[in-house]
Design a protein around this ligand. Structure first.
Ligand code: DAO
Ligand code: DAO
Ligand code: DAO
Length: 205
């Protein structure tokens, strides 16, 4: 079935198939506390993976039959994040007043914490050099669509409203970005659980 799926809290609608072969596996919501007071809904996100790549990869994956169902699901999710599977995280902006400065600092904080977690990589200067490329004149009003796509060879492509703004080859960066959305401390537990259930059902097909 190919009907779009709506994120219930924001009403943002996600196509069930992207780039012809990437299937929607989970959706979630990124919130942010501002001034330690109020939680704003920043964007809704959808996580996609290439069907063929996933099937090939799951076919090679041996899940311990004696492991609990939960453990099996976690293993599948880890496997998805670690391997050379084409994936996309699609962000649909909800908060209409994002400044590029706040995007830079959120990026440095969230992505920075994961680079440290997976790479032991704590180069603030480099991160800052990277985010300084987010030009002040970029506009991301409500409804803007940012896609972060991992291509074969661990190349991360970033597009805003369909226009490529950059690409970088780094397994560590791809892993770090995916961890924000479907890792153990995902922005939204529901997205992570959706992905686990969908992978498990693909495995048992
Ligand atoms: O602009 O003052 C403000 C508050 C908004 C903070 C939101 C930060 C979240 C940014 C991540 C966006 C990535 C597209
Ligand atoms: O929500 O903290 C977060 C992570 C946001 C990652 C978004 C990357 C956006 C990169 C393009 C921005 C260009 C202004
Ligand atoms: O991938 O093994 C590697 C090398 C590490 C490169 C990390 C680059 C991170 C720099 C910040 C970029 C944020 C997009």
């Amino acid at each position: 079935n190919s009907a779009p799926v709506t994120e219930s809290r924001t009403g943002m609608s996600f196509p069930s198939i992207l780039k012809e072969s990437q299937r929607l596996l989970g959706i979630g919501l990124r919130k942010k506390a501002i001034f330690g007071l109020k939680n704003i809904d920043v964007y809704a996100f959808g996580v996609y993976a290439d069907d063929g790549d996933v099937k090939k990869c799951l076919a090679q994956k041996h899940v311990g039959p004696s492991d609990s169902e939960l453990k099996q699901k976690e293993e599948l999710r880890d496997h998805l994040m670690e391997n050379d599977i084409r994936m996309t995280v699609r962000l649909q902006i909800v908060y209409g007043r994002l400044s590029i400065g706040s995007v830079r600092s959120a990026f440095e904080e969230s992505v920075g914490s994961r680079l440290l977690k997976f790479g032991g990589y704590d180069n603030k200067e480099l991160l800052h050099r990277f985010t300084s490329q987010f030009k002040d004149d970029i506009k991301i009003p409500r409804g803007s669509i940012i896609e972060l796509s991992r291509d074969h060879g661990y190349i991360l492509h970033t597009t805003i409203d369909g226009k490529e703004v950059g690409s970088i080859q780094s397994k560590l960066l791809c892993r770090s970005i995916l961890d924000l959305y479907i890792g153990d401390e995902s922005f939204d537990q529901k997205a992570k659980e959706d992905v686990e259930s969908n992978l498990a059902s693909l495995l048992h097909k």
